[in-house]
Ligand binder design. Structure first.
Ligand code: OSB
Ligand code: MG
Length: 375
C-alpha cells in the first residue's frame, strides 16, 4: 500500500461501448431512447480496477457531446496522456485535464474511474473519500412523456413503491392538462416537472399557470445558455426554478444563484466534468442556501453506484433521480442489486470504491466494441 502515497500508476485502460435495452422507452421533450448506449471505462493499476460510465448520448440531444466524439477524444487525446502515468490523487488527474476546453462528460468518466481505483487502493468507500454523510439517499422517479392515462398508472406504481417525489417530463402541449389530471388523482404527492429546455419567454403564461399545481420546482424550462431569461421567468412565477443543463461549472452555478435565475440545482457528475466540479457546485449552492439533488442519465449500475455515493454529501437534501435499476433494465451489468426501498436507496457495498462489481459474462453479451490501452 505504501506505493499509493507515491501516487497510483494507471497501467492500462479498457474502453467499451455497451448497449442495454430499456424496459420502457424513455421520451423527453427532444428525444426518445429505446436502448441505453454508453461508453464504459475500466482503469487498471496496483492489480485493481476502477470503473465509470459516460453519460453522453449517441446524438447530441441533451448537451453537445456525442459517443463518437467522446471515443475519439478518449482514444486519441486523454488515454494516451494518462496510461503509464502516476497520479498522487484524483485532483492531480483533474488538473491535467483542466486546460482542455469542454468535453466535460469525457473528462468525467476518466476522473470517476480514477476515483474508484484510488479509493480501492486506499481501501476506502467512495462516499467516505468524497465527504458523504448518509448510508442511504432519498430518491424519486423521473417519468417520460406518455399519454396521460399511462402516466397516471406509472405514478401509482411509483407511489406504491414509496418513492419520495415524482418528476414528470413536460413539453409544449403536454403540460397543463397533464398536471391537472395528476393533481386530481394525486393531490398530495411531491411533484416536479422537467422541460429539458422546451420553453421560451413566449411561454410565460404556461409557466405561470404551473404555479397552480404546487410543484416543488420546474426543472430547466428554458434554453441551455440562458441564465438571463431564467431570471426573468423566476421573477414572475412563485414556483422555484431548478437548473440542470445550464449548470456546467461552479461559476455557472454562482452566476445563476446570484442572478436568482434558480433556487434549486440539479447536479450530474458527468455533466459538470467530474467530482471536483460536482463537489464545488454542491458547496457553492450551499453557500447560497440553495438545495441540490442528484440527477440521473438512465445509467447502468456502474453510473448509478457513482451517483448514489455522490448524493451522500450533506447538501443533497432533495430526492435524487437514482431510482431502482430494475425500473430501467431487465438485467444490469453489475452483480449487486441497486434497489430502493421506501424511497431510500442504500449506498452499495461495505467495501472500497463504488462498492459494485461487473458481471463480465453478461457485459460481454451487451458490448458493442472494446478497445485496450497499455498493458
Ligand atoms: O434531464 O434529467 C434529465 C434522462 C436523460 C437525459 C436527461 C434527463 C434524464 C432524466 C432521467 O430525467 C433520470 C433518470 O431516471 O436517470
Ligand atoms: Mg433534467
Amino acid at each position: 500500500m505504501a506505493s499509493v502515497f507515491e501516487g497510483l500508476r494507471i497501467d492500462g485502460a479498457e474502453l467499451r461501448v455497451v448497449s442495454l435495452p430499456l424496459i420502457t422507452p424513455f421520451v423527453v421533450s427532444n428525444q426518445t431512447m429505446t436502448d441505453k448506449v454508453f461508453p464504459l471505462l475500466v482503469l487498471r493499476g496496483e492489480g485493481l480496477e476502477g470503473y465509470a460510465e459516460a453519460v453522453m448520448d449517441p446524438f447530441p440531444d441533451y448537451l453537445e457531446e456525442t459517443i463518437p466524439g467522446a471515443l475519439a477524444f478518449l482514444r486519441e487525446l486523454i488515454l494516451p496522456q494518462i496510461v503509464g502515468r502516476r497520479f498522487a490523487s484524483p485532483a492531480e488527474l483533474t488538473a491535467l485535464m483542466a486546460p482542455w476546453r469542454g468535453h466535460r462528460m469525457s473528462k468525467a468518466v476518466v476522473e470517476m474511474a480514477f476515483w474508484d481505483l484510488w479509493c480501492k487502493a486506499l481501501d476506502l468507500p467512495l462516499k467516505s473519500a468524497l465527504g458523504g454523510v448518509r448510508d442511504a439517499v432519498p430518491v424519486g422517479v423521473s417519468i417520460g412523456i406518455a399519454p396521460i392515462s399511462a402516466t397516471l398508472a406509472r405514478i401509482a406504481v411509483a407511489q406504491q413503491a414509496g418513492y419520495k417525489r415524482i418528476k414528470l417530463k413536460v413539453a409544449q402541449g403536454h403540460d397543463l392538462d397533464l398536471l391537472a389530471a395528476v393533481r386530481r388523482d394525486f393531490p398530495k404527492i411531491k411533484l416536479t416537472v422537467d422541460a429539458n429546455t422546451a420553453y421560451g419567454l413566449a411561454d410565460l403564461a404556461t409557466l405561470r399557470a404551473m404555479d397552480d399545481f404546487d410543484l416543488d420546482y420546474i426543472e430547466q424550462p428554458l434554453a441551455v445558455d440562458d441564465i438571463h431569461d431564467h431570471a426573468i421567468v423566476q421573477r414572475q412565477i412563485r414556483t422555484a426554478i431548478c437548473l440542470d443543463e445550464s449548470i456546467r461549472t461552479p461559476a455557472d452555478c454562482r452566476k445563476a444563484l446570484a442572478a436568482e435565475a434558480a433556487r434549486v440545482i440539479n447536479i450530474k457528475v458527468g455533466r459538470v466534468g467530474g467530482y471536483a466540479a460536482a463537489r464545488a457546485i454542491h458547496d457553492v449552492s450551499e453557500s447560497f442556501g440553495a438545495p441540490v439533488w442528484c440527477g440521473g442519465m438512465l445509467e447502468s449500475g456502474i453510473g448509478r453506484a457513482h451517483n448514489i455515493h455522490l448524493a451522500t454529501l450533506p447538501n443533497f437534501t432533495k430526492p435524487g433521480d437514482t431510482s431502482s435499476s430494475s425500473r430501467y433494465f431487465h438485467r444490469d451489468i453489475i452483480n449487486e442489486p441497486l434497489e430502493a426501498a421506501g424511497g431510500l436507496m442504500p449506498v452499495p457495498g461495505n467495501g472500497a470504491g463504488i462498492g459494485v462489481t461487473l458481471d463480465w459474462d453478461f457485459l460481454n453479451t451487451v458490448t458493442l466494441s472494446t478497445e485496450e490501452f497499455g498493458a
